[in-house]
Design a binder for this molecule. Structure first.
Ligand SMILES: [Zn+2]
Length: 394
C-alpha cells in the first residue's frame, strides 16, 4: 500500500469532516489522500466514524507509517471522492483524557517527585502507571484538587515542533522516544512533554477530573481516574444515591455517614441480642421435646424450622447428659444440613465412626465432627435418615 493518508489532525484537531480522494482499497483497509482520523497509538484508541456511509471500525498505522482506515464493506473505489465524518464524542473524550493525563503526570512529577511509567486512555477510565509500588490515597486526592484547579484556571495547551537537541536540553520528565524533530506539548505552568497525541487547546475543556483509587500492576501502582462527562455522570449518580440514602435514613447529606454508622452499630448490637434469644429458644424447644420422652435415653429426630439454628441446637443438646438427637434443616438451595448429637448411652449405643457411611448414605450426605456433635450436608428425604438413626439405636 502506498504511504498516504496525510494527517491533518495535528493542524486541525477540532475538524470533524473532510472531503478527500481514495488512494487504495484492499479488503477493509482504506488509504485516503488526507485524513482527520487519528490512528491507534500512545495508549489511545484509533478514531472511528464514517467514510461516506461506511463505518470506520478503527484507524491504525501500517508498517510504512501509512494511516489505514478499517472500513466495514467499503462501497467506493480508488480515485473516488469521499466524505469523512469523525465520531467526535469519542475523539473529544480521548483529547480531554489525554490532556488531563499530561496535567496529572506533570503535577505528580513536579509536586510529588513521582514519575509516569505508562498510560492508558480507555472508553471509561484513564490510568497512569507510576514508578512507585504504592501511592498514598491522600496524594491521589491532592492531585485531584490540583488538576481541577488547573482546569478552572484555564491553562492554554500548545504544541510546537523543535529540534531533538533543543528538546533534550529542556530536561523533560520523560525521555524522548522519537528520532529527529520533536513535537512538544506545553500546558502553561503545568507540564511540557514530547507527545504525538491529540489534546484540547485549554485545560478548561477537560471539565472535571476525579481520582478513583489505584491497583497494582507489574510491581507498580496504577492510578485510576475518570475525566470530563464520565466524571460528571459519576458525580450526578453519586448525588442521586446520597439523596436516596438520605430519604431512607431520614438524614441530611451532611450527617448521612454518621447516621449510617450509628444504624450499623444498632443493627450489630440487635443481632447479638437476637443471637442470644435464638440460642435460648433452642434450649427451650429442646427441653419441650425432652419433656415428651419417657425412656432412659431420649431419642429425638427433628426437622427444624427457621426460628433456631442447628449450631444453637447442637450446643444446647451437648449439655444434656443422656441424649440421641438427629436434626435437619432445609437450606436455601434445597439441600439439607444435618446434625447428630450423642451423649451418655447415646454415644455408647451408636458408634458414629463405625456407622457414619451407613447413616449418611440415606441422604447422600457428607460431613463429620467431634463427639458429641457431628454435622454436615446432604440431600433427599430426611425421613430415611431419621429411620436409620432410630434403627441403629435399637
Ligand atoms: Zn499527549
Amino acid at each position: 500500500m502506498k504511504k498516504h493518508s496525510y494527517p491533518l489532525y495535528y493542524d486541525e484537531p477540532y475538524r470533524t469532516t473532510l472531503e478527500t480522494n481514495v488512494v487504495s482499497v484492499e479488503g477493509s483497509k482504506v488509504i485516503l489522500k488526507e485524513t482527520i482520523f487519528y490512528p491507534e497509538g500512545g495508549g489511545q484508541g484509533g478514531d472511528r466514524g464514517t467514510v461516506n456511509s461506511c463505518a470506520v471500525l478503527d484507524t491504525v498505522k501500517g508498517d510504512d507509517e501509512a494511516i489505514i482506515h478499517m472500513v466495514r464493506d467499503p462501497a467506493f473505489k480508488t480515485g473516488d471522492r469521499v466524505t469523512l465524518n469523525l465520531d467526535w464524542n469519542r475523539r473529544f473524550h480521548f483529547m480531554k483524557n489525554h490532556t488531563a493525563q499530561h496535567a496529572a503526570s506533570g503535577i505528580l512529577f513536579n509536586r510529588f517527585g513521582i514519575g509516569t511509567v505508562s498510560v492508558h486512555l480507555g472508553d471509561e477510565v484513564m490510568t497512569i502507571e507510576v514508578d512507585r509500588d504504592e501511592v498514598a490515597d491522600s496524594v491521589g486526592l491532592e492531585l485531584q484538587s490540583l488538576v481541577n484547579r488547573a482546569i478552572v484556571e484555564g491553562h492554554p495547551v500548545a504544541s510546537k515542533t523543535t529540534s531533538h537537541k533543543d528538546a533534550e536540553a529542556l530536561g523533560l520528565r520523560r525521555s524522548i522516544k522519537v528520532d529527529g524533530d520533536v513535537r512538544l506539548i506545553h500546558i502553561d505552568e503545568v507540564d511540557t512533554i514530547a507527545c504525538g497525541g491529540l489534546h484540547v487547546s485549554n485545560t478548561r475543556e477537560i471539565g472535571l477530573f476525579l481520582y478513583q483509587g489505584q491497583e497494582r500492576i507489574r510491581g507498580h501502582a496504577r492510578l485510576i481516574f475518570i475525566v470530563g462527562e464520565t466524571a460528571w455522570d459519576r458525580i450526578l449518580l453519586n448525588r442521586t444515591i446520597v439523596d436516596q440514602l438520605g430519604t431512607l435514613y431520614s438524614s441530611p447529606p451532611s450527617s448521612l455517614v454518621e447516621t449510617v454508622a450509628k444504624a450499623h452499630e444498632v443493627a450489630a448490637s440487635e443481632k447479638a441480642l437476637l443471637d442470644q434469644v435464638r440460642s435460648r429458644l433452642a434450649s427451650v424447644l429442646l427441653d419441650l421435646k425432652l419433656s415428651q420422652e419417657t425412656g432412659p435415653l431420649p431419642v429425638i429426630t427433628w426437622e427444624l424450622e427457621d426460628d433456631i439454628t442447628l449450631k444453637d441446637l447442637g450446643q444446647a443438646a451437648s449439655r444434656i447428659a443422656e441424649l440421641a438427637l438427629c436434626a435437619i434443616q432445609r437450606l436455601e438451595d434445597g439441600k439439607l444440613a444435618w446434625l447428630i448429637v450423642l451423649t451418655g448411652d447415646g454415644a455408647k449405643k451408636l458408634d458414629i465412626a463405625k456407622h457414619r457411611s451407613e447413616l449418611l448414605s440415606s441422604i447422600n450426605g457428607k460431613g463429620g465432627g467431634k463427639a458429641p456433635i457431628f454435622q454436615g450436608v446432604g440431600e433427599g428425604d430426611p425421613a430415611e435418615l431419621f429411620a436409620r438413626f432410630r434403627d441403629l439405636l435399637k
